[in-house]
Write a protein that binds this ligand. Sequence first.
Ligand SMILES: [Zn+2]
Length: 75
Amino acid sequence: MADEVFQPGTPVPEAGVYQVLHYRHRLYHEVTIRRAGSFPTCSECGSNVRFRLVRSAPLLEDDRNFGAARGRGAT
Ligand SMILES: [Zn+2]
């Protein structure tokens, strides 16, 4: 699971840091992707780009003590 590789169009399973693996034109690099939506295509290698989860990192706004849910029925 840790080495699962995602293709463009696949729903993002969790927010976090992903390694971006391009096809031939660029070395891999890391980006932070939020959970909403799907993995995007690359402007250069299109649907040949791949994404691999490096580590999950929930966004601050998704945290129960800091996000939109703050104060909503919290005890
Ligand atoms: Zn690319």
